[in-house]
Write a protein that binds this ligand. Structure first.
Ligand code: S3P
Length: 178
């Protein structure tokens, strides 16, 4: 069965939507960031601080490759930077339906305002930092998969859309589980 892969900027709702979608479909839910933290036995902020972004991206790529190889139709929430490495997307596409949770820069800023641990947003002007990262990545998100706009929608509405897209891409197979 094809995995359902959620991609999107920080604050797009990958983890909260992913957990709910997995519940709806009766599938496993895996969060790349959580797997990285478990494997490293430390928080992502600590990995960035002590070993740098390059090191983090290497581990991220290894975890993505492993999870992408699953064939049980699991729901995978990726980290916001997964789109930076084309090898990640290539691996995930092999057995996955890629869905991009779309969020604009202002909404992303609002939704991440309380997340003090996000290493890439540690900046004197967080709003400017979000905008800068967003501008750099926007085209990558747009090209990564089927877009679902999350702005102004409830979690339930987004979950419904994601489930519908997955079922559409995956044909009848997922209906047996849904
Ligand atoms: C990152 C997003 C984070 C985490 C790391 C880097 C990014 O994940 O992987 O801080 O580059 O956008 P979330 O998008 O789940 O917050």
């Amino acid at each position: 069965m094809k995995n359902l892969v959620l991609i999107g900027f920080m604050g797009s709702g990958k983890s909260s939507i992913g957990r709910r979608v997995a519940g709806r479909l009766g599938r496993d839910f895996v969060d790349v960031d959580v797997v990285i933290e478990q494997r490293e036995q430390r928080r992502i902020s600590e990995i960035f601080e002590l070993d740098g972004e390059h090191y983090f991206r290497r581990i991220e790529a290894a975890v993505v490759k492993e999870l992408a190889a699953r064939t049980d139709g699991c729901v995978i929430a990726t980290g916001g930077g997964v789109v930076l490495n084309p090898d990640n997307l290539h691996a995930l596409r092999h057995n996955g339906v890629l869905i991009v949770l779309w969020v604009d820069a202002d909404t992303a800023h609002q939704r991440t305002a309380h997340k003090q641990h996000l290493p890439l947003l540690k900046a004197p002007d967080r709003h400017a930092r979000v905008k800068e990262l967003f501008t750099k990545r926007e085209a990558l998100y747009r090209a990564a998969g089927t877009l679902v706009d999350t702005c102004g929608k409830t979690l339930d509405e987004v979950v419904e859309e994601v489930v519908a897209i997955y079922r559409h891409h995956h044909g009848g197979e997922s209906h047996r589980h849904g």
